[in-house]
Unconditional design. Structure first.
Length: 85
């Protein structure tokens, strides 16, 4: 593999880190949908979201939610239902 090929190769975690600051929809193993801005991600794919909506009716004192990486089924970018024109 050449140096150029190595520089172009990315992992799913690298791609996810590039999405920080963008709007996403996360589906969990409990079939919950959480939509918001991805605020952070760590090496275990734990996510911090600035939440705009969630289907779990979970009341929190702030706008942020931590989602464990082991509970994530899918991460959709752009968010589900957004227009792509």
């Amino acid at each position: 593999m050449s140096d150029n090929d190595e520089a172009a190769a990315t992992t799913p975690l690298d791609s996810l880190k590039d999405t920080v600051g963008s709007r996403v929809t996360v589906r969990t193993k409990a079939d919950q949908l959480i939509e918001g801005t991805l605020a952070g991600v760590d090496e275990h794919m734990n996510l911090t979201l600035a939440v705009s909506s969630a289907t779990d009716n979970h009341d929190t004192d702030d706008d942020h939610r931590l989602v464990r990486g082991t509970r994530v089924v899918t991460i959709t970018h752009p968010p589900i239902g957004s227009e792509t024109t």
